[in-house]
Design a binder for this molecule. Structure first.
Ligand SMILES: *Cc1c(COP(=O)(O)O)cnc(C)c1O
Length: 380
């Protein structure tokens, strides 16, 4: 079965559920044993739950893996993956990435003895030079949030294999519809399913997928031991969202490309950071390793904080809010919102300045979206 069919049918058989066409939400925390010493498939909902199982099976199918796991949030998924490592281990981490991931690795896990070097993984020589005898893994985000830099996943996976390093790739921005890191040799895919996979901004959730059964078992063990699971109600919402992932992604992609193209010609815009534009330095890589560009990208205004804030306060259809990947368009200022947990000097090094705006383009009519941005740009 192909992607759009799997998104609707994988992991669920109506005949095993009274013919219910939609997977039931099984809220039960515990399940009756058949007899002493004879548990059924599920015994306790932290360890396994039928609704979560349907979602997890779908995750694996869509990402091209053998195991999918559903978590309470994207950060819960990340925490669980990072627990594969031990004190004294060293990680290479993409230098610009989601602020919460930066905080988790550089603060929470650093305090437990897991060391990390933040490296620009676009630079193969820098990546090779940063590997030490203690290095155990590489944490990748591509495209990066919010700068839209790409990492060559096949090349990094190859280097990692030469050094027996585990590769983890955050695939939140593109979803498996546009990018399948496991097919390129990556070991573990991470998602904040809060974003495109759920797609309706009404749940926080996360996922891990892997194509290695033994690694899948290790992650499932940690998921149960840590208790980082997603609730049955949230799993049902994410499942519903997944049904329309393909058509939503097509529309996000189309709208975002049209807006990026329009912005590039606007006199008040200094730079558009969108991998689908031929002006993007990694446009060719985008064409090779992804089948679309998604709906989120960034741009730089001519100006600084004052101009940025005036622009953000003038939009009417775009909502000034963190997060991304929902059907509605959102706009934000990474420096003072999503990436506020990163110190200003590091933000400067990363290139996340006062002039940078990130938008998550929804599936509204693109003519209305452009008119909204146009009106707001006229105010600065
Ligand atoms: C939002 C996000 C996360 C964190 O996910 P939560 O569901 O908010 O915990 C991780 N990575 C990326 C790229 C994100 O955008």
């Amino acid at each position: 079965m192909r992607f759009k069919t799997l998104a609707i049918h994988a992991g669920y058989d109506p005949s095993a559920n009274h013919g219910a066409v939609v997977p039931p939400v099984v809220q039960s925390s515990t399940f009756a044993f058949k007899a002493a010493g004879e548990p059924r498939t599920f015994d306790y909902s932290r360890s396994g739950n039928p609704t979560r199982h349907t979602l997890e099976t779908t995750f694996a199918a869509l990402e091209g893996g053998v195991r999918g796991l559903a978590f309470a949030t994207g950060m819960a998924a990340e925490t669980t993956a990072l627990m594969l490592f031990n004190p004294g281990d060293h990680l290479l981490v993409q230098a610009d990435l989601y602020g919460g991931t930066w905080r988790l690795i550089s603060s929470v896990f650093a305090a437990k003895g897991l060391t990390a070097s933040f490296v620009d993984l676009r630079d193969e020589a820098a990546l090779r030079a940063a590997i030490t005898p203690a290095t155990k893994g590489i944490w990748i985000e591509s495209p990066t949030n919010p700068l839209m830099n790409l990492v060559d996943l096949r090349a990094v996976a190859q280097i990692a294999k030469e050094h027996s390093l585990l590769t983890i790739c955050d695939n939140t921005f593109l979803s498996p519809y546009f990018q399948r890191p496991l097919d390129l040799g990556i070991d573990i895919v991470v998602h904040s399913t809060t974003k495109y996979i759920n797609g309706h901004s009404d749940v926080v959730a996360g996922a891990l997928m892997t194509a290695d059964a033994a690694l899948g078992d290790k992650l499932a063990y940690l998921q149960n031991a840590l208790g980082t699971v997603s609730s049955p109600g949230d799993c049902a919402l994410v499942l519903r969202g997944l049904r329309t992932l393909a058509i939503r992604m097509e529309e996000h992609n189309r709208n975002a490309l049209a807006i990026a193209h329009w912005l590039e010609a606007h006199p008040k815009i200094a730079q558009v950071l969108h991998p689908g534009q031929s002006s993007h330095p990694q446009h060719q890589l985008a064409l090779q390793q992804t089948t679309g560009f998604g709906g989120t990208f960034a741009f730089r205004l001519r100006g600084a904080r004052e101009e940025a804030f005036r622009f953000l306060n003038a939009v009417r259809i775009f909502t000034l809010a963190e997060s991304l990947g929902g059907v509605e368009s959102l706009i934000e200022h990474p420096r003072t919102m999503t990436h506020l947990s990163i110190p200003p000097a590091t933000l400067d090094q990363m290139g996340i300045g006062e002039d940078l705006i990130r938008i998550s383009v929804g599936i509204e009519d693109v003519t209305d979206l452009i008119a909204d941005l146009s009106h707001a740009l006229d105010q600065i």
